[in-house]
Design a protein. Structure first.
Length: 227
């Protein structure tokens, strides 16, 4: 299945404020029910254990309302790991005040080197073209102390078919358009591995997850011990 770039309406802020909020609510439901929050939880927990961190800071990029890191934060607290979250999004209106927030371009973040233990993104990579992914990962590697965590969709014909079948479940007309567009724009695990291999990463660990998700841990320096 060839990657096809179909513009997503939410990216252009098309629609009324009510339609945009309804689309963001759809995204929260998708992340909660279809593996988005679970994938990031697994990535953060594994990175914390690998580096022996019981307290860590996370910058979540392009995460809109911050629902995914909020879920991860709650689950990690139950396991004795404290996660301090900051969110970054290009659109200030997407940030709802649940966490400290930065309105900025993800490719040129106004942050010092090694500002956060981890940098993450969920459902962001498929919005980027290949060279932009390389630029973003390198920029995130600059900002992180340990690793960049990538959480996104896998592009497959079956995934696209299931998304079309699920369209009646979405509340927003924006989501009804954007959900299949996202799958068409998404990358495969092999494509993502190739792109991340062109960054300054010391090591990359890539896994597939529930319902056509994939997650990658992009290490700034080589981890110690067995992985």
């Amino acid at each position: 299945m060839r990657r096809i770039v179909v513009p997503e309406l939410l990216d252009t802020d098309a629609g009324t404020p009510a339609e945009i909020e309804s689309s963001l609510a759809d995204l929260r439901a998708i992340n909660r029910r279809f593996g988005g929050a679970e994938t990031l939880f697994q990535l953060v927990r594994a990175a914390a254990r690998q580096r022996g961190l019981a307290r860590l800071s996370l910058l979540d990029v392009a995460g809109a309302s911050g629902d995914v890191p909020r879920s991860v934060q709650s689950r990690l607290r139950d396991e004795g790991i404290e996660l301090a979250v900051t969110v970054l999004d290009r659109v200030a209106g997407h940030l709802n005040g649940c966490f400290p927030a930065i309105a900025a371009d993800a490719l040129r973040m106004p942050l010092r080197d090694a500002s956060f233990d981890l940098v993450s993104c969920s459902l962001f990579l498929h919005h980027l073209e290949p060279e932009e992914i390389i630029s973003f990962v390198d920029e995130a590697l600059r900002v992180t102390r340990h690793a960049v965590l990538l959480n996104d969709l896998r592009r497959t014909p079956l995934h696209l078919a299931l998304v079309y079948a699920a369209r009646p479940l979405f509340r927003s007309p924006l989501t009804k358009h954007d959900a299949p567009a996202s799958v068409r724009r998404a990358y495969t695990p092999s494509e993502l591995r190739t792109l991340v291999g062109r960054t300054r990463a010391a090591r990359v660990e890539l896994s597939t997850f529930y319902l056509f998700r994939m997650g990658a841990t992009v290490w700034k320096s080589a981890p110690t011990g067995n992985t």
